[in-house]
Design a protein around this ligand. Structure first.
Ligand code: SAH
Length: 398
């Protein structure tokens, strides 16, 4: 067994760590210089060298690693991984039993007890994402757990641990049978085409399941819908299945056109009746204003940061301006779905962006609903920063 390394936690961070804060923050550690090899097991100790927790060293865009256990005598070994993964699977039994939803998250990092590791399920296939070299060095445990307790057709993995949490492009197949991609998964009865071996993304962001269902069931009927930052058009599909009059999907990535056509087609929606625009959302807003286009439902789901040839956009800074653009082309009593996955601010601050935007636009609104991550994206309730998703559905009343 490798020797564990003692990491001394400073006084300011110790109580959070005792309460269950899972991230080993750089500024929380007094002797980070002892860390050498990612994947090393560390003992977190207080000023008096008393045991607080055990974790691992793994560099992500945030922190030095993750706490794994608060029990001094618990080893980080096969049994550890098996117990955490088995518990996570048991928590999702209802989803496994639901024939209308065959794609969801089965293991959500620190929310299920192991930061830096996520596992998603796609109709018999599993996708494992590794967020650091450190956690990846323990992959033999995880794949042994798969072989012991999980039924699967095949396993794919994404390595997201090079420089900036970016994905490393390669063949992502691990073991089992190869998928015949795209495979069609179900979500709340809708179909989505998914490819687990085609770059960093799969075709669908599973964390928006609740909002896709809400858009279909509550906000689309008879409406003219604008879906911005539309990626593969999943929200547009949901809107059409909810009886929308028409959708317009806007994304600047070339791939979005073929992918959006595919998502409509696997749901028997005639894509030729829809507008799919490969263009910059900010240019589209200008075009829409110039042509006095108005929509009854506008969906805003931008990436946290985006840089195109002409614009840079950061949700933390520019969300109010983005909302003002949306407000300008939303009909009176129309609906705006404002979403962000930026973890650097919470719901409260997000709502101040909304407040500011409507005020500056000389417009009014009321909030119809708000939501965060779905249950399978399990997070620690005491530490909201890990619940990165914020969605507010609002109605423009003036
Ligand atoms: N709403 C999507 C996910 C959005 S992912 C869904 O529900 O599936 C973010 C998308 O924004 C990416 O597809 C990216 O290509 C696109 N994007 C980033 N900057 C953009 C810009 N300035 N204009 C249009 N699309 C942009």
């Amino acid at each position: 067994m490798t020797k564990t390394i003692d990491l001394q936690v400073n006084a300011r961070n110790i109580s959070d760590m005792k309460k269950g804060y899972p991230l080993i923050l750089k500024e929380a550690i007094l002797n980070p210089e002892v860390l050498q090899v990612e994947g090393s097991i560390v003992r977190l100790i207080d000023r008096d060298r008393r045991f607080v927790a055990k974790g691992y060293y793994g560099l992500q865009n945030k922190g030095l690693g993750w706490v794994l256990t608060r029990k001094e005598d618990e080893e980080i070994d096969f049994d550890f991984f098996e117990s955490r993964i088995a518990a996570a699977l048991a928590r999702r039994q209802e989803l496994f039993d639901n024939p209308n939803t065959t794609a969801f998250r089965v293991f959500n990092g620190e929310g299920d007890g192991i930061g830096g590791l996520t596992i998603d399920y796609f109709d018999g296939f599993f996708l494992v994402s590794w967020y650091s070299e450190g956690i990846y060095s323990m992959k033999h445990y995880v794949y042994s757990v798969f072989d012991k307790i999980m039924n699967y057709k095949g396993i794919y993995e994404k390595k997201r641990f090079d420089t900036k949490g970016q994905y490393i492009d390669q063949d992502d197949f691990v073991q089992g049978e190869q998928g015949d991609f795209p495979i069609i998964v179900k979500e709340s009865g809708m179909n989505f085409a998914v490819n687990l071996n085609d770059g960093a993304m799969t075709g669908i962001f599973l964390d928006q399941r609740d909002m896709r269902k809400a858009i279909r069931d509550k906000y689309s009927e008879g409406r003219n819908v604008l879906n911005t930052f539309s990626y593969t058009g999943a929200f547009s599909v949901a809107a059409m299945l909810g009886g929308a009059a028409k959708t317009t999907s806007v994304d600047l990535a070339q791939r979005s056109l073929a992918k959006t056509i595919e998502q409509f087609s696997v749901n028997n929606i005639d894509y030729e009746q829809q507008d799919i625009k490969v263009m910059d959302v900010f240019d589209y807003f200008r075009y829409a204003k110039r042509n006095e286009l108005k929509f009854d439902l506008v969906i805003l789901d931008p990436p946290s940061f985006a840089r195109s040839k002409k614009y840079t956009f950061s949700t933390a800074k520019d969300y109010p301006a983005l909302l003002m653009d949306a407000i300008a082309i939303t009909e009176k009593n129309g609906i705006i779905v404002a979403s962000t996955n930026n973890a650097s601010f919470g719901m409260k601050r997000f709502k101040t962006f909304i407040e500011t935007a409507f005020k500056d636009a000389g417009s009014r609104y009321k909030i119809l609903e708000e939501s965060t991550l779905p249950r399978d994206f399990r997070t620690n309730r005491d530490f909201q920063e890990f619940n990165y998703l914020k969605v507010v559905v609002l109605q423009k009343t003036k």
